[in-house]
Design a protein around this ligand. Structure first.
Ligand code: C2E
Ligand code: CA
Ligand code: CA
Length: 280
């Protein structure tokens, strides 16, 4: 049924290899319990502003500390959470947890705006805006301290609803970033009309841009496109110093990647952010 739905077919004959692996099925069963048992945690990856090298914020990235399988990465369970309709619960948890963390950093004198990944289903969640507003109020955090990352594919798969919600979020003062930019099919007309603060160039173009002229050309084009529309551009997946140098030369606004800092548990980010601040 899922295969037919996914491929927009009226029917699909069963084939043995369509069965999910036993591990996959077991994980689906354990997800709800994992949430109850607080097995999830957030890691944070720093971003830097390329004009001055300062830390400009962090992206919250979820991990599942599974009692048997160890640390699981989001690609192995976010799709399951989506299938099981648990994804909104996951997003609610990430939002609350990220804001708690922002407050803790603030108490230490660290200002670190947090970017949160928002899946397509949040735009169908009627309470989404209310949840965000309530969470911000409860934590006494101003809206411009968070940014929501929505993938280009999510945006284009439901452009009407996304446009409406994004405009409301933006009016609240929340930042909007288009994630994985360049991998989907954006209509430039929509980019112009939407309240977008950042384009995040997909890491598949950035990773080897110091060695591949075509990748570098794509990165340069996205930076120009963003800037011509008044949108700032972030390069993700910066793995080498050479790429960082080229990005600076191209006038890219911000960068994120293993060369700058890996995703880390909050306690490690404290130190990273303090060191980064001390370096200036
Ligand atoms: P994303 O939003 O594109 O996040 C960036 C991913 O790239 C992260 O993988 C990060 O660890 C990885 N990365 C960062 N720098 C580099 C680099 O220099 N080189 C390479 N090769 N990779 C780099 P991660 O944490 O495994 O997350 C994968 C995806 O899972 C994310 O992609 C995002 O779509 C999703 N995700 C993560 N956290 C959440 C969440 O809280 N909610 C939802 N709905 N999705 C999430
Ligand atoms: Ca992201
Ligand atoms: Ca991305």
């Amino acid at each position: 049924m899922y295969v037919s739905k996914r491929n927009d077919l009226d029917y699909q004959f069963y084939e043995k290899n369509m069965d999910k692996s036993p591990k996959h099925l077991r994980l689906m069963g354990q997800l709800k319990q994992g949430m109850r048992n607080q097995e999830f945690e957030l890691h944070f990856q720093p971003k830097i502003s390329l004009s001055d090298g300062r830390a400009s914020g962090v992206e919250a990235l979820i991990r599942w500390n599974h009692p048997k399988h160890g640390m699981l990465m989001p690609d192995s369970f976010i799709p399951l959470a989506e299938k099981m309709k648990l994804i909104n619960d996951v997003t609610d948890w990430v939002l609350i947890k990220a804001l708690q963390q922002f407050k803790q950093w603030r108490a230490l004198g660290i200002h670190a705006p947090i970017a949160i990944n928002v899946p397509a289903s949040s735009f169908q969640d009627r309470d989404f805006l209310k949840k965000i507003r309530t969470a911000l109020d409860a934590a006494e955090i101003s809206a411009d301290s968070i940014e929501l990352e929505i993938t280009e594919n999510t945006l284009m798969s439901n452009i009407e609803q996304c446009t409406e919600v994004l405009k409301k979020l933006s009016r609240l003062g929340i930042g909007i970033a288009i994630d994985d930019f360049g991998t989907g099919y954006s209509s430039l007309a929509y980019l112009k009309r939407l309240p977008i603060d950042h384009l995040k160039i997909d890491r598949s173009f950035v990773q080897d841009m110091d060695r591949d002229d075509n990748d570098a050309a794509i990165v340069r084009s996205v930076i120009d496109l963003g800037h011509n529309l008044g949108i700032k551009v972030i390069a993700e997946g910066v793995e080498r110093v050479d790429s960082l140098a080229i990005l600076k030369e191209l006038g890219c606004d911000a960068a994120q990647g293993y060369h700058i800092g890996h995703p880390m548990p909050a306690a490690q980010v404290d130190d990273w952010l303090k060191l980064a601040a001390a370096a200036h």
